[in-house]
Design a protein around this ligand. Structure first.
Ligand code: PLP
Length: 423
């Protein structure tokens, strides 16, 4: 049996209707921005393997740090024990995060980072004997697939089977251009009519919604409204963190600071599953008590895994090199040029860029659904041409590893231009 035949016998893939989907491509090797399948066909990974891999596949610097850690202390339980890699990660993050972030809590993936933040928001008020149980989130948000994260997510595709089983979430419009006032008004209205504990948002870019972008000034205003009403704010930087928007964090563009931040994806440079939720001292203090019942009773077996921590430290080192910062600027400049070139094309509705993120919306005669016909046609065209891109309906986005060469980038652009002509 071939690898793909064995795969179809034993495996269940994420977000996949196995009856109608094509067989998956078996990838045997990755290096830099490139992947190779079992037949030796080469692909450019133009979405950094679901936004996790900024420094390239099989990165030697991270691999060396991980090997060293694996042969020193691969894992130890974090209940009652601590270790240097965890402390160093905390120190490093506190140095680079918005200044009010003072406490670091580890988990294993973006969904759990969000799950922890939402549980903390709810228990924060429980511990203070205040009845606040509503969470506010944006329309079309994506925060993950565990229950609270799913409740906060607005994409019905992912959540429809579970309607009626969720914590209380109220949705407000995203303050995209022209929608700012509607978003502010909706937030004020929700806060007046519900007992709100927290507001969770993807800062500046909603990834899974199709790289929907909005301005830092609008987010600052929403945070101000929450702060004035003592509603805790949660910046879900799982996608935007670690350079994707051109700054280390999307919140670095915003004049206000959030109460909590969720991190994962590029946290370990795309090597080891790990996530972190960060908090202000004020939030930590609401759990700090002689009463054990006020503690945060949440944890995962692999919490603060030292090997994962070693990957985090190596990744942040790479991100902070002048070379990597120059790469981010180079890709941004290149995207802006490509945007100018195609935004007036008759088949393009709009194009947008922030940092290394680029998205283009393609005109379509029919209503395009998330996994609709146009999406499939585009996806297959890209794969045939050796480019990994996963369109969201009629939106094609690029989120390349920062080490992608100009030549590779040009090939990605050219393939997108051809795809626009083709559909
Ligand atoms: C991907 C993502 C998540 C979920 O992360 P997982 O690691 O897939 O659980 C949460 N929030 C945002 C903004 C994401 O992009």
């Amino acid at each position: 049996m071939t690898l793909t035949e064995k795969d179809s016998q034993y495996l269940w893939h994420p977000y996949t209707q196995h009856k109608t989907s094509q067989t998956p491509i078996a990838i045997s090797r990755g290096e830099g921005a490139l992947l190779w399948d079992e037949n030796g066909k080469e692909y450019i990974d133009a979405i950094a393997s679901w936004w996790v891999n900024p420094f390239g596949h099989s990165n030697k610097f991270i691999a060396d740090a991980v090997y060293k850690q694996l042969t020193t202390l691969e894992h130890v339980l974090f209940g009652g024990f601590t270790h240097e890699p965890a402390v160093k990660v905390a120190e490093k993050l506190i140095e680079i995060l918005p200044k009010n972030q003072q406490k670091i809590f580890f988990s294993d993936n973006g969904s759990t980072a969000v799950e922890v933040a939402i549980k903390v928001a709810l228990q924060y008020f429980f511990n203070k004997n205040e009845k606040r149980t509503t969470i506010i989130a944006f329309e079309n948000a994506f925060h993950g697939d565990t229950f609270a994260a799913m409740a906060a997510s607005g994409i019905s595709f992912y959540t429809q089977a579970f309607q009626g089983m969720f914590i209380d979430v109220v949705r407000i419009p995203v303050p995209t251009k022209g929608q700012e006032q509607a978003s502010f008004d909706a937030l004020t209205n929700v806060i007046q009519n519900h007992n709100c504990a927290g507001f969770i948002f993807e800062p500046l870019v909603q990834g899974a919604a199709g790289m929907v972008m909005y301005k830092p000034e609008a987010l600052a205003k929403l945070i101000q409204i929450c702060a004035a009403n003592k509603v805790l704010t949660i910046a879900d930087e799982v996608m935007t963190g670690f350079g994707k928007t051109g700054k280390t964090f999307a919140m670095d563009y915003v004049s206000e600071v959030p109460d909590m931040i969720c991190l994962s994806k590029a946290l370990t440079g795309g090597t080891i599953p790990m996530a972190i939720t960060t908090f202000t001292q004020d939030i930590f203090d609401a759990f700090y008590d002689d009463d054990i019942n006020k503690a945060l009773f949440h944890g995962h077996t692999f919490t603060a895994n030292p090997t994962g921590c070693a990957a985090v430290l190596a990744s942040i080192d790479l991100l902070q090199t002048a070379e990597m910062q120059a790469n981010i600027e180079r890709i941004n400049a290149s995207h802006l040029e490509f945007q100018k070139k195609i935004e007036n094309h008759s088949k393009v509705i709009t194009a947008r860029t922030l940092g290394v993120i680029f998205a283009v919306e393609i005109k379509s005669d029919s209503e395009e659904s998330y996994y609709g016909a146009m999406r499939t046609k585009l996806y297959n065209f890209f794969i045939e041409n050796g480019v990994v891109l996963r369109p969201v309906g009629n939106i094609v986005y690029i989120l390349p590893p920062y080490i992608m060469t100009n030549e590779q980038l040009q090939k990605v652009y050219k393939t997108i231009e051809e795809a626009i002509e083709m559909v």
